[in-house]
Design a protein around this ligand. Structure first.
Ligand code: SF4
Length: 223
């Protein structure tokens, strides 16, 4: 696929300074971005949020209308389903950094075009990955994100751990159903739940994560 991130990104000159300084600079530049056509459809770019020390990064596709109006990723009904999903995994928001592959809302939730994905992921997602110092596992939410990060469609790599060199480091990637999908089709709910179960088992057995990531043991599966 033309927008596979590891094929298009040169690990660029990092902004110098602490993580906090780099992230502050990142936010400042990203919110002013007008590099692609999606910008005309959004109020403003929605930048990532969360724990900059996190070892797990969640990447969604692009903001929906509610995210665009609030400027926060994964709020609204999709965010509520993500909260349930994280509960099934045993994760809390404080253990994560959450962002989108494309930072701007697109009208009526149309899929971002290839040029929009290339421009935004190459400019901002790659840089976010470089700045976040401890990320080891990326949860790629949705088909376009999966293609961007692994070069494969979601159906080809679900329930596997892919390894890719992204943002200057080798990362594990799990392809997951996007939390918005069960809102549109109840048929995707079983796979959505199975992704949570698979993700939990990967985290518990990941050689770099198992000691440092504590999952809640009080997990009520699939309620
Ligand atoms: S989608 Fe990304 S690259 Fe395009 S204008 Fe928004 S922030 Fe910039």
């Amino acid at each position: 696929m033309s927008y596979q991130l590891d094929r298009m990104v040169k690990v660029s000159e990092l902004v110098q300074g602490s993580v906090k300084e780099q992230m502050t600079q990142f936010y400042r530049e990203c919110v002013d971005c007008e590099k692609c056509t999606a910008r005309k459809e959004a109020k403003a770019p929605t930048v990532g949020i969360g724990n900059t020390d996190a070892e797990i990064l969640i990447v969604g596709r692009n903001p929906g209308k509610q995210e665009d109006s609030k400027g926060i990723p994964f709020v609204g009904p999709g965010g509520e389903l993500l909260t349930n999903w994280l509960g099934w995994v045993g994760l809390e928001f404080s253990q994560l950094y959450i962002t989108n592959m494309v930072k701007c809302y697109t009208t009526s939730d149309r899929p971002p075009t290839d040029p929009e994905i290339i421009t935004c992921a190459q400019t901002w997602l790659s840089r976010e990955m470089q700045i976040l110092p401890n990320v080891k596992l990326v949860l790629a939410m949705g088909d376009q994100v999966c293609v961007c990060l692994t070069g494969h469609k979601q159906a080809e790599v679900r329930s596997t751990v892919q390894r890719r060199y992204l943002g200057g480091k080798e990362l594990s990637i799990i392809a997951c159903i996007h939390p918005g999908a069960p809102l549109h089709s109840a048929k995707s709910m079983p796979n959505f739940k199975n992704d949570a179960y698979f993700t939990r088992s990967v985290i518990l057995n990941h050689p770099q994560l198992s000691k440092s990531i504590k999952l809640s043991s009080n997990v009520a599966f699939f309620t």
